[in-house]
Write a protein that binds this ligand. Structure first.
Ligand code: MN
Length: 204
């Protein structure tokens, strides 16, 4: 059990919610994974989660990701989630923490782009600790470089900004949040997930 997940566990009643608690071990050499979950809770938002150090580092992004490098999206850090959360799609009962519908909006693997000033690779753990994460996403909906930068001063200190990095995958004219409305896992709409709850991956 990753100690960083204590906050996750303490916020939830697992007699009531079907949210996962496990950290299923991955095969050696498999790349790290990311997931973006569209979450219709008290306010609709997109939960961006990156596998770093054996857990899913998590941010709530109210407006979701943009493919336009000139757009900065607020990303509010939330508690570390267990690895198995990447496969969670369904409903959280009303009255429970995060009550509402959860869609796997995008998922895939990623690789670390971050280097130090000399151009040497910087580990994900180090770059997260320093507050500048740069990753290349290989999702169903999002591809290419994305940067997250932690704000260190001002009114928003402690929050992060998510931006599309400038590369061949950047496209200011394609708004993935507006265009892509179906689950990357099951193909369902938010309404279908809300009605039927959890489904096995790939089923409807
Ligand atoms: Mn959420």
């Amino acid at each position: 059990m990753n100690m960083n997940q204590d906050a996750y566990t303490s916020k939830r009643d697992f007699e009531r919610t079907q949210e996962p608690q496990g950290n299923t071990l991955k095969k050696e050499g498999e790349p790290p994974i990311f997931v973006i979950q569209k979450h219709d809770a008290s306010t609709l938002h997109y939960d961006f989660r990156l596998e770093i150090g054996g857990t899913l580092k998590s941010w709530a992004v109210p407006k979701g990701p943009s493919n336009d490098p000139s757009v900065k999206r607020m990303a509010i850090p939330t508690e570390d989630h267990p690895m198995d959360y990447a496969w969670f799609e369904g409903t959280i009962p009303q009255g429970e923490y995060g009550g509402g519908t959860v869609m796997i909006w995008d998922k895939g693997s990623f690789h670390n782009l971050k280097t130090d000033k000399e151009g040497n690779p910087l580990s994900l753990e180090e770059s997260y600790a320093q507050g500048t994460v740069e990753v290349f996403l290989e999702g169903r909906k999002l591809q290419g470089g994305f940067a997250m930068i932690k704000m260190k001063s001002g009114r928003m200190a402690g929050n992060w900004l998510l931006t599309k990095m400038k590369d061949e995958y950047a496209n200011p004219n394609y708004d993935p949040v507006k265009t892509e409305t179906l689950s990357a896992s099951s193909g369902r709409t938010m309404e279908e997930i809300a009605q039927h709850g959890s489904a096995q991956e790939g089923s409807t």
